[in-house]
Design a protein around this ligand. Sequence first.
Ligand code: 4NP
Length: 158
Amino acid sequence: MPVQARTTSILFVCLGNICRSPLVEAVARRRCAEAGLEVVLASCGTGNWHVGKGADSRMQRAAAAAGYDLSLHRARQVESADFLRYDWVLAMDRDNLEALDVVRGGRGARPELFLPWAVVRSPHEFPDPYFGEAAGFQQAVQLAEQGVDGLIARLRGG
Ligand code: 4NP
C-alpha cells in the first residue's frame, strides 16, 4: 500500500493573535489554496488579553482592502500541545519566540522566526502594527504577502 504523505501543518504566532498572525494565516490560506497546496494553517498568541475576541478592526480593514477576510477569526493563546500538533510553529518576533520556548518545555516542534524561515532577508522580525498608525497595517499586509510567497516556495521545494 502506498504511504500517504501527511499534510504539513503550520501555526503562526504573535503576541495578541489579533493583528499579525491572523493576517499571515489568512494570506497563507488564500495563497496556498490558489497554489493547490494542501496545508493545515492556524494562528495563536503568546498573550491571553484578547482570547475569544475578533481580529483588530484596523487590521481587518487593511486586510479586507487587499481581499483577505479576517471576520471569522477568534483569538486564542498558545498551549504546550500545539508543539505536538503542528509541524512548524512560526513566531512573528523574538519576544514571541522566547515566550514560545518557555511554553514548549522541550517537547515537539522547535519554534522559529517566521520571516527568516520564509527566506525573507529583511526584516527578520515582523513589526507589530498595534500601537502605530494606519500605514503600519497596510505595510503588514505587504510583508505578510512577501512572507507567504517565501513560504509557498519553501513548501514547493519540499
Ligand atoms: P499582534 O498585535 O501581536 O500582532 O496581535 C498586538 C495585539 C495586542 C497587543 C499587542 C500587540 N496588546 O498589547 O494588547
